[in-house]
Write a protein that binds this ligand. Structure first.
Ligand code: SAH
Length: 258
């Protein structure tokens, strides 16, 4: 891609890693379609993000903490500079390795469902697991809400990409793991919240076992060509309750690591 990055990308701190084209600042604002903002470049991305938040709220996202967390995470730092002008549209975008960054509305919906049972005070000490780090965006949003977050990815290139993307955000409560998420991450269990970002034919058994009693898990589950969001609550030691929700479209949950 040879497209220029949008003007606001020039404001990224250099610690943000490979998506921080600080040197391109002047060319990014030079064209007639990118008038200089009298209020500063950083406000352009903040405005785009604020518009996205308003759109998510209109679309039914009610949880103010989830909306705030999405507002706090610069999504443009998680995608290729050539696509960054679309960072605040409600779309999934390619991140390499045949994978995608999820739509903001999907991220919001999954997290909102997964923590609806927890008041803010409990979220602050909750342990959360994400399966399918991808570029790290949803993990960053979760780290703004939960006390401890572990996110696991099976593609080493993406695991490393996520590490680079997240470095500048300094989220001390977020740990990235490399491995097959079918096994969960036993070291961090039991979890209060589990969010799965790829669709399997069933929710893997180890993930159910790694839920604390009272915990919630949200995962897309495939049936043939269709996928639906499954919400599972662990109601007691040996009992899980399933609610099947929206039709969704996720990349497949795959076995092993690459
Ligand atoms: N959470 C991401 C979405 C990434 S797409 C976001 O913030 O937008 C889903 C990711 O799940 C892909 O990166 C894919 O490689 C990963 N994945 C698929 N199967 C997996 C498995 N068994 N264990 C861990 N990650 C897996």
């Amino acid at each position: 891609m040879t497209r220029k990055p949008p003007a606001w990308m020039a404001t990224l701190p250099s610690s943000a890693g490979r998506h921080a084209p600080v040197a391109r600042r002047s060319s990014a604002v030079a064209g007639p379609l990118a008038p200089a903002s009298p209020t500063g470049l950083g406000l352009a991305s903040e405005r785009a993000r604020a518009n996205m938040i308003a759109q998510l709220a209109r679309g039914g996202v009610r949880d103010p903490q989830v909306l705030d967390a999405i507002n706090d995470v610069p999504r443009h730092q998680f995608i290729d500079p050539g696509l960054a002008s679309r960072a605040y549209e409600d779309v999934s975008l390619p991140i390499g390795h045949g994978q995608t960054i999820s739509k903001p509305s999907t991220v919001a919906r999954m997290i909102e469902l997964a923590c609806a049972h927890l008041p803010r005070s409990q979220r602050a000490v909750a342990r959360a697991l994400e399966v399918g780090t991808g570029c790290g965006y949803q993990a960053a949003v979760m780290a703004r809400i939960f006390g401890q977050v572990i996110s696991i990815e099976r593609v080493r290139g993406l695991h490393e990409q996520a590490r680079d993307n997240l470095r500048g955000l300094r989220l001390a409560n977020l740990r990235l793991a490399f491995g097959d998420g079918h096994q969960g991450v036993a070291q961090g269990a039991p979890y209060d919240v589990i969010v799965v970002a790829a669709a399997g034919e069933a929710v893997p058994e180890p993930l159910l076992e790694q839920m604390r009693t009272g915990a919630r898990l949200v995962a897309p589950v495939a049936r043939g060509d269709q996928q639906a969001l499954h919400l599972i609550e662990r109601v007691s030691d040996g009992e899980w309750q399933l609610t099947v929700l929206d039709a969704v479209r996720f990349v497949p949950l795959r076995s092993g690591t690459i």
